[in-house]
Design a binder for this molecule. Structure first.
Ligand SMILES: Cc1cc2nc3c(=O)[nH]c(=O)nc-3n(C[C@H](O)[C@H](O)[C@H](O)COP(=O)(O)OP(=O)(O)OC[C@H]3O[C@@H](n4cnc5c(N)ncnc54)[C@H](O)[C@@H]3O)c2cc1C
Length: 278
């Protein structure tokens, strides 16, 4: 029957073993995804996307108990303050918004984050057709220069810490790196644009996000933009994303899985040995 899938011993097949059961499961999951997408196109019915769950955000009930409306608990504010105090230069967080509820969520989140320190200023960019992938927060210097770091969606859940580390790395001095790694980052001379596609509940994603944004913060030829896939279904389709984290380099090379900064550097160095599209 169309749209009904089965996996494992329940199927009629010549070999009932664990290996065939898991194979059936993988096949069923991918076929189901294609079938659901084709039915969405055919019927025009789209699933309702639950709005991103942000671990960093206390629930309304918790806020009511505290008697305030703040997103960040005093404990979180204290931890953030330690990072903000060490930031060498202030940053501007430029918001690109659209009419989706997630845009309002991002605006509130970033605005409230900026109230915790005088090192962060918020700027809302004029709406323009050229910014296709709103909502987005771009990390810029105070003169407006783009640092190469951006987050599309709301940097909550497991991406909250990586977002703050991105700010710290962009503002300097940033996380400690050995000389060899710094030298290798500075040695990348070709333009590289990385898209890091994540989900906020993924525990593997932040490592790659931090690595990519650290490299971008230290090298002006490199950008690292993070996307919460819950809000960018078109990217999932375009790059055939089957798992996260997914890294897209210069819109050409798609690689999956977590990577630390050294692993990511060697991948980019391979890429730099041939001319890349800017
Ligand atoms: C004795 C024996 C030895 C085997 N040795 C091997 C081997 O060495 N190597 C190998 O590859 N394969 C082996 N197999 C086969 C292998 O175990 C099965 O092919 C495989 O486990 C099938 O996986 P499955 O997920 O389809 O089913 P199962 O592993 O049977 O899982 C089905 C699950 O559904 C649960 N369930 C059933 N009804 C309900 C319900 N109404 N509500 C909720 N849950 C329910 C069951 O409790 C069970 O946990 C062996 C099988 C047996 C019986």
């Amino acid at each position: 029957m169309d749209g009904v899938y089965a996996a494992g011993d329940v199927c009629i097949k010549p070999l009932r073993q664990v290996v065939t059961a898991t194979g059936d499961g993988a096949l069923a999951a991918t076929e189901l995804e294609k079938y659901a997408a084709s039915m969405q196109r055919k019927t025009g019915i789209q699933p309702e996307q639950p709005s991103a769950k942000i671990k960093a955000l206390p629930t309304d009930a918790q806020r009511n108990t505290r008697g305030d409306n703040a997103l960040f608990t005093p404990e979180m504010s204290r931890q953030l303050d330690e990072v903000f105090t060490r930031m060498e230069r202030p940053l501007q967080l430029v918001l690109y918004l659209d009419d989706r509820p997630v845009s309002a969520e991002l605006e509130r989140y970033i605005t409230e984050l900026a109230t915790l320190t005088d090192k962060l200023k918020v700027q809302v960019a004029e709406r323009s057709a050229s910014v296709q992938e709103a909502p987005c927060v771009r990390v810029c210097l105070m003169d407006g220069a783009y640092t190469g770091l951006a987050f599309h969606g709301v940097p909550g859940g497991h991406e909250f810490t990586s977002f703050v580390l991105g700010l710290y790395n962009a503002a300097g001095p940033g996380q400690t790196l050995n000389e060899e790694t710094r030298h290798a980052i500075a040695g990348l001379k070709k333009s590289v644009h990385m898209k890091v596609l994540v989900s906020l509940s993924c525990t593997m994603c932040p490592d790659l996000v931090v690595a990519a944004q650290h490299i971008a913060a230290l090298n002006p030829h490199i950008t690292a933009e993070v996307y919460d896939l819950a809000h960018y279904a078109q990217l999932k389709e375009r790059y055939h994303v089957m798992s996260v984290p997914c890294l897209v380099v210069n819109d050409e090379q798609v690689v999956f899985g977590k990577k630390n900064i050294v692993q990511l550097l060697s991948l980019l160095e391979e890429k730099s040995s041939v001319p890349v599209r800017v």
